[in-house]
Design a binder for this molecule. Sequence first.
Ligand code: DGL
Length: 263
Amino acid sequence: MDTRPIGVFDSGIGGLTVLKELEETFKEENFIYLGDTLNFPYGDKTKEEIISFSKSNIEYLISKNVKMIIIACGTATSQSLDEMRELFDIPIMGIIEPTVQYVKNMSIRKIGVIATTGTIRSGAWEKSLKKQISDIEVVSNACPLLAGIAEEGKATSKESIEAVHNYMEIFKQNHIDTIILGCTHYPIYDEIIKKEFSYKVNLINTGKAVAQNVKKYLSENKIQNKGVKNPPKIILSKKETDFDQKAKNILKSAKKLDITNFY
Ligand code: DGL
């Protein structure tokens, strides 16, 4: 048993889509969520910058005495997971490995991936998918506008629908019916993306795969918490307008959230 909380981070609200799945999966684990809003967006930054942000985020979460770290960000996973595992002596989980394992069990041979520019540039999803499923065909598309629009709370705006329409074109042309939401901001667009297609598409939310993997990890290592569960603690590196409302919408929480700005 280990009563310490689990640390989760992203550049902003996106990782809350992962936190939501974690909150639903674990009735006895506590979570500390760090939204690095000061450095948002991560999607257009260099690998060196991403490494530096991830390092600071992990140091901060370790200072809060967490038992493991979840990088709830596709961009930070794709460009800094290996480096962070070398730097820190704490279990660190990203969003790519658990999702690829999940996809492996689906026996599909053609898949779409949408993510930030940095993630697509890194090729991390494609490499990981092809390593696990040698004959899979991967069609990737960067969607640079989506994380920013979601962070501004405008995911249902005209601008957003138009952007989604353009980004989905390549998947329609390739008759792709399964798409990995490779950026944790994208589950916010779930309905809008589905409406774009004249056929049924299966959108893979990385948070679900991560939560299952965390469950397995905690149990195999016998580090589950057995005891009181508190609401998640949310910390932002920079105050963001209406963050409380945006977070409530994602977490489907009616209660006031425990949000602290600046650290
Ligand atoms: N939520 C992030 C991701 O999964 C980051 C988006 C951004 O900061 O550009 O990639």
